[in-house]
Write a protein that binds this ligand. Structure first.
Ligand code: RP5
Length: 173
Protein backbone atom coordinates (compact mmCIF):
# COMPACT_ATOMS: atom_id res chain seq x y z
CA UNK A 1 0.00 0.00 0.00
CA UNK A 2 1.30 3.43 -0.94
CA UNK A 3 0.85 4.83 2.57
CA UNK A 4 3.46 2.45 3.94
CA UNK A 5 6.20 3.45 1.52
CA UNK A 6 8.68 6.22 2.04
CA UNK A 7 8.25 8.01 -1.31
CA UNK A 8 7.52 11.67 -0.57
CA UNK A 9 6.84 14.69 -2.63
CA UNK A 10 7.24 18.28 -1.59
CA UNK A 11 4.38 20.53 -2.61
CA UNK A 12 1.86 17.73 -2.87
CA UNK A 13 -1.67 19.10 -3.38
CA UNK A 14 -4.16 19.02 -0.52
CA UNK A 15 -6.61 17.35 -2.90
CA UNK A 16 -5.49 15.27 -5.87
CA UNK A 17 -8.03 15.10 -8.69
CA UNK A 18 -7.43 12.16 -10.97
CA UNK A 19 -9.31 11.16 -14.09
CA UNK A 20 -9.00 8.25 -16.45
CA UNK A 21 -8.72 10.38 -19.57
CA UNK A 22 -8.20 14.01 -20.48
CA UNK A 23 -11.67 13.71 -22.05
CA UNK A 24 -13.05 13.57 -18.50
CA UNK A 25 -11.88 17.10 -17.73
CA UNK A 26 -15.11 18.75 -18.94
CA UNK A 27 -16.85 17.06 -16.02
CA UNK A 28 -13.98 17.06 -13.52
CA UNK A 29 -13.33 20.78 -13.87
CA UNK A 30 -16.48 21.40 -11.79
CA UNK A 31 -14.91 19.82 -8.71
CA UNK A 32 -11.69 21.68 -9.36
CA UNK A 33 -13.66 24.93 -9.58
CA UNK A 34 -15.12 24.42 -6.12
CA UNK A 35 -11.69 23.75 -4.63
CA UNK A 36 -10.22 26.79 -6.35
CA UNK A 37 -13.06 29.04 -5.19
CA UNK A 38 -12.57 27.86 -1.59
CA UNK A 39 -8.81 28.35 -1.81
CA UNK A 40 -7.98 24.65 -1.39
CA UNK A 41 -4.84 23.55 -3.21
CA UNK A 42 -5.46 20.86 -5.76
CA UNK A 43 -3.75 19.20 -8.69
CA UNK A 44 -5.61 17.62 -11.59
CA UNK A 45 -4.01 14.78 -13.56
CA UNK A 46 -5.16 12.32 -16.21
CA UNK A 47 -3.89 8.90 -15.09
CA UNK A 48 -5.61 5.67 -15.93
CA UNK A 49 -5.98 2.53 -13.81
CA UNK A 50 -5.71 0.32 -16.90
CA UNK A 51 -3.63 2.38 -19.34
CA UNK A 52 -1.03 3.66 -16.87
CA UNK A 53 -1.33 1.52 -13.72
CA UNK A 54 2.28 1.96 -12.63
CA UNK A 55 2.28 5.72 -13.10
CA UNK A 56 -0.95 5.87 -11.15
CA UNK A 57 0.48 3.89 -8.24
CA UNK A 58 3.61 6.06 -8.17
CA UNK A 59 1.57 9.26 -8.21
CA UNK A 60 -0.70 8.10 -5.39
CA UNK A 61 2.34 7.07 -3.36
CA UNK A 62 3.95 10.47 -3.81
CA UNK A 63 0.78 12.32 -2.87
CA UNK A 64 0.25 10.20 0.24
CA UNK A 65 3.87 10.73 1.29
CA UNK A 66 3.60 14.45 0.57
CA UNK A 67 0.58 15.13 2.75
CA UNK A 68 -2.37 15.01 0.36
CA UNK A 69 -5.59 14.69 2.38
CA UNK A 70 -7.96 13.07 -0.11
CA UNK A 71 -8.40 12.00 -3.73
CA UNK A 72 -11.20 12.77 -6.16
CA UNK A 73 -11.35 10.23 -8.98
CA UNK A 74 -13.44 10.53 -12.14
CA UNK A 75 -13.74 7.75 -14.68
CA UNK A 76 -16.16 6.38 -17.22
CA UNK A 77 -17.28 2.94 -18.38
CA UNK A 78 -15.73 0.08 -16.38
CA UNK A 79 -14.65 2.76 -13.97
CA UNK A 80 -12.18 1.13 -11.60
CA UNK A 81 -9.93 4.18 -11.07
CA UNK A 82 -11.43 5.18 -7.71
CA UNK A 83 -11.33 1.60 -6.43
CA UNK A 84 -7.71 1.14 -7.44
CA UNK A 85 -6.70 4.38 -5.72
CA UNK A 86 -8.60 3.29 -2.61
CA UNK A 87 -6.70 0.00 -2.71
CA UNK A 88 -3.43 1.94 -2.57
CA UNK A 89 -4.21 4.26 0.33
CA UNK A 90 -6.46 4.65 3.36
CA UNK A 91 -7.04 8.32 2.51
CA UNK A 92 -10.65 9.08 1.50
CA UNK A 93 -11.43 8.59 -2.19
CA UNK A 94 -14.38 10.49 -3.66
CA UNK A 95 -15.63 8.95 -6.89
CA UNK A 96 -17.26 10.81 -9.77
CA UNK A 97 -18.98 8.70 -12.44
CA UNK A 98 -18.32 10.17 -15.89
CA UNK A 99 -21.22 10.01 -18.40
CA UNK A 100 -20.34 7.28 -20.89
CA UNK A 101 -21.11 6.97 -24.57
CA UNK A 102 -23.36 3.93 -24.54
CA UNK A 103 -24.87 3.73 -21.06
CA UNK A 104 -25.00 7.37 -20.04
CA UNK A 105 -22.75 6.83 -17.03
CA UNK A 106 -24.82 4.11 -15.35
CA UNK A 107 -21.90 1.74 -15.97
CA UNK A 108 -19.52 4.24 -14.35
CA UNK A 109 -21.85 4.76 -11.38
CA UNK A 110 -22.30 1.06 -10.68
CA UNK A 111 -18.57 0.37 -11.07
CA UNK A 112 -17.92 2.90 -8.32
CA UNK A 113 -20.84 2.53 -5.96
CA UNK A 114 -20.74 -1.28 -5.94
CA UNK A 115 -17.26 -1.58 -4.44
CA UNK A 116 -16.98 -4.86 -2.53
CA UNK A 117 -16.81 -4.72 1.27
CA UNK A 118 -13.54 -3.57 2.77
CA UNK A 119 -12.27 -0.94 0.32
CA UNK A 120 -14.79 1.90 0.28
CA UNK A 121 -15.09 4.80 -2.11
CA UNK A 122 -17.62 7.60 -1.60
CA UNK A 123 -19.58 7.84 -4.82
CA UNK A 124 -21.27 10.98 -6.08
CA UNK A 125 -23.86 11.70 -8.79
CA UNK A 126 -23.11 11.10 -12.46
CA UNK A 127 -21.58 14.10 -14.24
CA UNK A 128 -21.18 17.79 -13.47
CA UNK A 129 -23.24 17.85 -10.25
CA UNK A 130 -21.37 14.87 -8.82
CA UNK A 131 -18.06 16.47 -9.69
CA UNK A 132 -18.98 19.77 -8.03
CA UNK A 133 -20.35 17.92 -4.99
CA UNK A 134 -17.17 15.87 -4.67
CA UNK A 135 -15.26 19.14 -4.52
CA UNK A 136 -17.68 20.52 -1.92
CA UNK A 137 -17.47 17.32 0.10
CA UNK A 138 -13.68 17.54 0.13
CA UNK A 139 -14.05 21.11 1.40
CA UNK A 140 -16.44 19.90 4.12
CA UNK A 141 -13.97 17.22 5.26
CA UNK A 142 -11.11 19.70 5.39
CA UNK A 143 -13.31 22.24 7.19
CA UNK A 144 -13.60 19.88 10.17
CA UNK A 145 -10.12 20.99 11.21
CA UNK A 146 -10.01 24.42 9.55
CA UNK A 147 -12.23 27.13 11.04
CA UNK A 148 -11.66 29.60 8.20
CA UNK A 149 -12.72 27.05 5.64
CA UNK A 150 -15.76 26.14 7.77
CA UNK A 151 -16.82 29.82 7.77
CA UNK A 152 -16.45 29.99 4.00
CA UNK A 153 -18.60 26.89 3.65
CA UNK A 154 -21.27 28.39 5.90
CA UNK A 155 -21.24 31.55 3.77
CA UNK A 156 -21.54 29.47 0.60
CA UNK A 157 -24.60 27.72 2.02
CA UNK A 158 -26.09 31.06 3.12
CA UNK A 159 -25.72 32.41 -0.42
CA UNK A 160 -27.66 29.41 -1.72
CA UNK A 161 -30.46 30.14 0.75
CA UNK A 162 -30.62 33.75 -0.45
CA UNK A 163 -30.65 32.65 -4.10
CA UNK A 164 -33.63 30.35 -3.48
CA UNK A 165 -35.46 33.04 -1.53
CA UNK A 166 -34.90 35.56 -4.31
CA UNK A 167 -35.95 33.21 -7.10
CA UNK A 168 -38.83 34.53 -9.24
CA UNK A 169 -40.97 32.21 -11.32
CA UNK A 170 -42.30 33.44 -14.66
CA UNK A 171 -45.88 34.67 -14.92
CA UNK A 172 -48.19 32.82 -17.28
CA UNK A 173 -49.25 34.89 -20.27
C1 RP5 B 1 -12.04 5.78 -18.98
O1 RP5 B 1 -12.52 5.50 -20.22
C2 RP5 B 1 -11.97 7.27 -18.86
O2 RP5 B 1 -12.27 7.64 -17.56
C3 RP5 B 1 -12.97 7.78 -19.84
O3 RP5 B 1 -14.15 8.28 -19.22
C4 RP5 B 1 -13.31 6.57 -20.68
C5 RP5 B 1 -13.04 6.78 -22.14
O4 RP5 B 1 -11.71 7.25 -22.30
P1 RP5 B 1 -11.25 7.90 -23.68
O5 RP5 B 1 -11.34 6.78 -24.69
O6 RP5 B 1 -12.21 9.01 -23.98
O7 RP5 B 1 -9.85 8.38 -23.46
O8 RP5 B 1 -10.77 5.25 -18.79
Amino acid sequence: MAMNKTSKRTGAPTVAILMGSSNDWDVMQHGARQLKDFGVSYEARALSAHRTPQLLAEYVEQCVGGGTRCFIAGAGGAAHLAGVIAALTTLPVLAVPIPSKHLGGLDSLLSMVQMPKGIPVATFAIGDAGSANAGLFAVAMLAISDEKLASKLQAFRARQVEAVKAAKLPELS
